[in-house]
Ligand binder design. Sequence first.
Ligand SMILES: Cc1cc2nc3c(=O)[nH]c(=O)nc-3n(C[C@H](O)[C@H](O)[C@H](O)COP(=O)(O)OP(=O)(O)OC[C@H]3O[C@@H](n4cnc5c(N)ncnc54)[C@H](O)[C@@H]3O)c2cc1C
Length: 345
Amino acid sequence: MAAEVTCLTATTVFNLDPIKKEVTCVSERGPETFQAKAILMATGCRESTRSALMIPGFRGQGILSTNEAQQYIHDLGVLPGKRVVILGSEDVGLSAVYALGKTDARVVGMVEEHSHLVGSRLFSLPTIVLRRVPLYTWHKINLILGNSSVEGVEIIALDQNGDPLPGTERTIACDTVVVSGKFVPENALPRQSGISLDERTSGPVVDQYLQTEIPGVFASGNLLRGVETGDIAALEGEWAAHSIQKYLQDSSTLTGHRVIVTAGEQVKWIMPQRFLSDASESPGFLATLRVNKRIRHGQIICGSDGEIWRSGKFRLLKPERRIRLNLHKWPKQILQESVELAIVT
Ligand SMILES: Cc1cc2nc3c(=O)[nH]c(=O)nc-3n(C[C@H](O)[C@H](O)[C@H](O)COP(=O)(O)OP(=O)(O)OC[C@H]3O[C@@H](n4cnc5c(N)ncnc54)[C@H](O)[C@@H]3O)c2cc1C
């Protein structure tokens, strides 16, 4: 698609009217309203703050998100601190260790509530393994110490249910805490404009064309369900562009019998949450789900009264990894109003 796109930087959309397909923005040019035939929302996601994670202690200087820490290092060339504790061991936390490796700061601990490193083992090599960063799995930060600035953290071990084990508290001296991970979709615009959100993903409800429940309004990237790596967001953007092109040529091609897809036993969320069962194309890579906990030898079943589709067996399903489903293998004609996807072992 030949695109001559005008990119308005330093411009914030503060209102979206999905029916009129109007967006209202503000910038140094003042308020402006644009009307379109279709809208794509791709506002990404953000990390949960320390307050949202309910970590007690004063609001001292030196508590940062990974994003802020990386902005200090890459954009401003400023060292956020000398002794850093990172909360969370997802890939983004590992990327914070990597970025801090370019400074004089020392990462003196990575605290992870799960029983294992959540990020990729490969990425852990140049980050925590070679740099000998202590990884405290099955631990959480109990308290941030210091009044006007961070002086340390108190960490505590967790039992298998995630409950703190009294008596296991220990203190790590540090001047910076990087709170990483626990991403939430940046869903202020769809929420404000009445576009249906899925309470499990916190992103807009979409079908396999990444079209929301309002025709002509699409969503892609991390807004859909929280963080994935950049390549996934790019592929989704490409697919959304493909869908929008189809919509602009003939909007009736993106309509049809709409099946509600729900997350069943052991499924944390599934996306897309709607499925146009008589649609001609479905991108396999877009249908994804996550599980609640580690499951060995699991199999995904999709129940649709009488007709059950089963995936191949998975050796290990991990909550921190996205599971890809190939929609082409689903029952061709689902006549029911809804189907449920569940994991059986
Ligand atoms: C700290 C951090 C580190 C990461 N490191 C990596 C990495 O090393 N490798 C990797 O593959 N992925 C990484 N990711 C993930 C990667 O950034 C994303 O997968 C990818 O950028 C997602 O693209 P997106 O288009 O969904 O959202 P984003 O790239 O986040 O883009 C969303 C855009 O929408 C804008 N926006 C939001 N609301 C409004 C509004 N109301 N008006 C106007 N504009 C708005 C934002 O300013 C932003 O520019 C990282 C993410 C974070 C947060």
